[in-house]
Write a protein that binds this ligand. Structure first.
Ligand code: 5AD
Ligand code: SF4
Length: 471
């Protein structure tokens, strides 16, 4: 279905835009919207769609809730921590809503898609105006119109369906890099993970829709794209043809104007030889693979329902490295999964030392209601989890530092994103292997590829100097 074909949504957008124009004519002020995003890149990209719809309706962006006319929290529920922050932040809006009853407050995203959650939130925070989920993001204008016309909380959570809504306006973050969703949902049901419960089953976008979106992105001056999906390696399997992720990469590689192609996330069980071949042969596909291992113990991997063994994972890494030498490999690891013994944890440390990941996102297991692991016996003590996390971090940080140190005096290709966050006199960008580089160079390099000599490799970043104006 195409967004533009839904008359109700278009009518709602036009009506709100007209109201906002009248408001602007009366006051000389544009209405402002603030979106706060929690969680993964999928949510970040969904927020770009919300912003696209809001901009079309005449709202300008703000990062300040004090002057916002509309505040949206796009939530995550992958771990408990993100949920707690949402509760805290929504609760803190109560006094603002009392001062300014016209303020519209919306909550959406994965957390709202959990069973019973929307009703809970509506009860606990009755001053919230709109609650919606991940499956009806595109109906936001209709829900907003209802909320503007009523005093009650508008709640609409849909179940997953097979429909993908194409053509939702997107206001992408400015810069060199753009996100492109290639598929939605996940079929894997890893026993700890809430994602399949809130994002539904795997649904791939058509190749035509993806390729035309990327051509459009290139025309708008972006140089790098990151293909998004919970499990990009199974792209196309639901489309019943034989056009798979490796084929998509080959086609994207030919699009002019794009210099770099990245993708995430990959599931080890679906990383095919064809994909490894495509990574090796496609010039624009960067030498970086994010391949979550989650645990180094076969016992825990089986309880996690990951469908691969430690040995298979190590073999996969060896094959990837053989085909794409110098590839950077990053991962996700969970410590303290139910029943994880000290030996299981030592197996994870051992795997980390064996693979030598370039970096790792490390998490303490967080029980998610509705998942199989939350019901497992032998939940691990919080202190043990913390201690294991610290130990793991120490091992990984040492490896990251070691891996970065070999870059001393090397010349790397950097896609320059802008000035560095910490030092406005420095530029900042990433290598093809996704390492952050802060370096001295002319601001004219922003948005371009530059050659940088690394002078001081640190644990998290590489420092250096530009040696040529442009690659
Ligand atoms: N507890 C801790 N970490 C989790 N992740 C997913 N679910 C949980 C959970 N319940 C981690 C996994 C995944 C990453 C996105 O978040 O490592 O790869
Ligand atoms: Fe969650 Fe596993 Fe799907 Fe990743 S592959 S989203 S961890 S269920």
């Amino acid at each position: 279905m195409r967004f533009q074909e839904d008359k109700n949504i278009l009518e709602a957008m036009k009506y709100i835009r007209r109201q906002n124009e009248l408001y602007y004519n009366r006051t000389g002020r544009k209405k402002l919207a603030m979106i706060t995003t929690y969680g993964c890149q999928m949510n970040v990209h969904d927020s770009e769609k919300l912003r696209g719809m809001l901009n079309y309706m005449g709202y300008a962006d703000t990062e300040n809730k004090e002057n916002a006319d509309l505040i949206i929290y796009n939530t995550c529920c992958v771990r408990e921590h993100a949920e707690e922050r949402v509760y805290g932040n929504v609760g803190a809006l109560y006094s603002l809503k009392q001062e300014r009853p016209d303020l519209i407050i919306g909550i959406c995203g994965c957390m709202m898609q959990q069973e019973g959650m929307a009703e809970n939130v509506a009860r606990r925070f009755p001053f919230v105006d709109i609650i919606f989920g991940t499956h009806n993001l595109h109906s936001f204008p209709e829900l907003l119109l209802k909320a503007l016309q009523s005093n009650n909380t508008v709640v609409e959570i849909l179940n997953d369906d097979r429909n993908i809504v194409e053509g939702v306006p997107i206001n992408r973050a400015k810069g060199v890099s753009a996100w492109v969703t290639i598929m939605y949902g996940c079929n894997n049901f890893c026993s700890y993970c809430i994602v399949p419960h809130v994002r539904g089953r795997e649904k791939s976008r058509s190749r035509e829709d993806i390729l035309s979106e990327i051509r459009d992105i290139a025309r708008n001056g972006y140089k790098e794209i990151t293909l998004l999906g919970q499990n990009v390696n199974s792209y196309g399997k639901d489309l019943h043809g034989n056009y798979l992720f490796s084929d998509l990469l080959v086609d994207i590689d030919k699009i002019e104007g794009i210099d770099r192609v990245r993708f995430m996330t990959s599931h080890p069980k679906d990383l095919s030889d064809e994909l490894i071949k495509a990574m090796a042969s496609c010039k624009k596909v960067c030498e970086h693979l994010h391949l979550p291992v989650q645990s180094g113990s076969n016992n825990i991997l089986s309880k996690m329902n990951r469908k691969y063994t430690r040995e298979q994972y190590l073999d996969l890494i060896a094959r990837v490295r053989k085909s794409v030498p110098d590839i950077a490999i990053t991962t996700d690891i969970i410590v303290g999964f139910p029943g994880e013994t000290e030996q299981d944890f030592q197996d994870t440390l051992d795997l980390v030392r064996t693979v030598k990941f370039d970096s790792a996102f490390t998490f303490m297991y967080s029980p998610r209601q509705g998942t199989r692991a939350a019901k497992m016996k032998d939940q691990i003590d919080k202190d043990v989890k913390k201690q294991r996390l610290n130990e793991l971090l120490e091992v990984q940080n040492f490896i990251t530092g070691q891996k970065n140190s070999v870059f001393k005096n090397r010349i790397v290709e950097v896609l320059v994103e802008g000035t560095s966050k910490n030092d406005p006199n420095c530029l900042s960008g990433r290598t093809r292997t996704n390492k952050l580089v802060n370096f001295k160079g002319s601001p004219e390099l922003i948005g371009k590829l530059a050659h940088v000599k690394v002078t001081n490799p640190k644990c998290w970043t590489l420092e250096g100097e530009a040696i040529s104006e442009e690659v």
